[in-house]
Design a protein around this ligand. Sequence first.
Ligand SMILES: Cc1cc2nc3c(=O)[nH]c(=O)nc-3n(C[C@H](O)[C@H](O)[C@H](O)COP(=O)(O)OP(=O)(O)OC[C@H]3O[C@@H](n4cnc5c(N)ncnc54)[C@H](O)[C@@H]3O)c2cc1C
Length: 458
Amino acid sequence: MTLRFLIIGGGPAGNVAATHAARLGAEVTVIERDVIGGAAHLWDCIPSKTMIATGAAISFAHRIEGMGLVQAEPEVDVASLTDRIEGIKNHMRDDTTQLLTSQGVRLVHGTATFESAHTVAVETRSGTELIEFDACLVATGSRPRIPDWCHPDGERILTTRDCYPPKVFPESVTVVGSGVTGVEFVHMFSSFGAKVTLVVSRQQVLPGKDPEVAAVLEEDFLQRGVKLLMGARAESIERETNEDGVEQVVVRCDDGRVVRSSHAVLAIGSVPNTDGLNLEAAGVLVDRGGYVPINHHCVTSQPHIYAAGDISGKLPLSSVASMQGRKVAEHVMGLHTRDHRHLDYDKAASAIFTEPEIADVGLAEADAFATGRKIRVTKVPFSATPKALINHDSRGFVKIISDPATGVVLGGSIVGRHAAELISVIALAVTANLKVTDIAESLLVHPALSEALAEASD
Ligand SMILES: Cc1cc2nc3c(=O)[nH]c(=O)nc-3n(C[C@H](O)[C@H](O)[C@H](O)COP(=O)(O)OP(=O)(O)OC[C@H]3O[C@@H](n4cnc5c(N)ncnc54)[C@H](O)[C@@H]3O)c2cc1C
């Protein structure tokens, strides 16, 4: 009998699991309450990176003077930028929907709730549909975390989801939260000319990242005129009208510091979309934070129910969600053998789309020191490569971390132009246990930024 595989959520975890399981022969149904592609396409990865790419073009225009060109001030056309974002989002949605339907996946538009360990009820426009399943994947994603001291209004006090399409470009903006999302928003708004203040709760932006990497970003922010409020925790964000009748947003911090700006953006993490799913009815355990604990096959406390993507509480990345979806499909269809490669979250590459870009993978230098593990660290600045000079941008460096005894590549970070692309080489080396000599002896292109990778491996 064909296995009935039900997937709740059509984001990266859900849609990759669906296409893969359908190809492997399952009868797949996907329930999605918004649009196929999920938050990743609608609010997160795609719109943010589209805006950042336009912002990068503006920054580049400011640097062309040294390239034999006369500088010109680009002007933002909000309507065409909005069209561009919507166009890419729609394209991605249509492509993904077409891929699913071409594989015979049934799409149901509605909100799912568990009735039992083998039945889900879906609220659709035409009523309630009960769907029975043999195996189920819960991939309902997450939403921005909103603390009780802040009430986003979608106008001036914004969550990351209120920024696209850009209704207006803030004249000044206070970003609360200096993790990956926060710094990307700082970068984006400052590229578009806003006066930006970043509220940083610790003494370093990007807490937990390599301090040397964070320092490069802090320097870029300061050069752009971004005000960094270090060691400050926001405790209220309110709208006020000043004595000249001007509307503003006031962010108050716990140490008494106050920031006034035209807008504020809250970027302090996310919460999982597990409330309302009635997971208890299916016998699926949820932890205190609302995440669904999983084993290395993404199996929950119920052997036939899986969880993947942001709700699994692993790395909140679209790339990780997709890979989990793929692994779930293989497990559901019985393809997990002894040789099956489990997902190793410690080997996930990630990037921060600021300027310069930041990317890393595998073991971090600080973690090695913390555990007393012996490592070899080699660092090469991009300024040592001719391509960086040709590009008129020699900011940043490549850092490779390897095992001094075996030469096996354990991790690395890249700061600089195209870091998100270049990190793939180190990610492959980390995943496949390659040695530094494997990179150093690869015949790479000249002139190219990848020459810094080869040099750092030599
Ligand atoms: C601003 C921002 C930028 C980001 N940029 C990047 C990036 O550049 N690269 C990257 O790798 N990651 C990025 N991320 C993270 C990435 O967006 C998430 O990790 C990813 O979307 C998680 O995928 P998912 O499948 O778990 O969930 P989602 O993409 O959130 O999809 C879940 C889907 O489930 C649906 N759903 C929820 N409940 C129900 C229900 N009861 N019934 C039916 N449907 C339901 C939702 O409508 C949604 O469509 C970013 C995040 C943010 C906030």
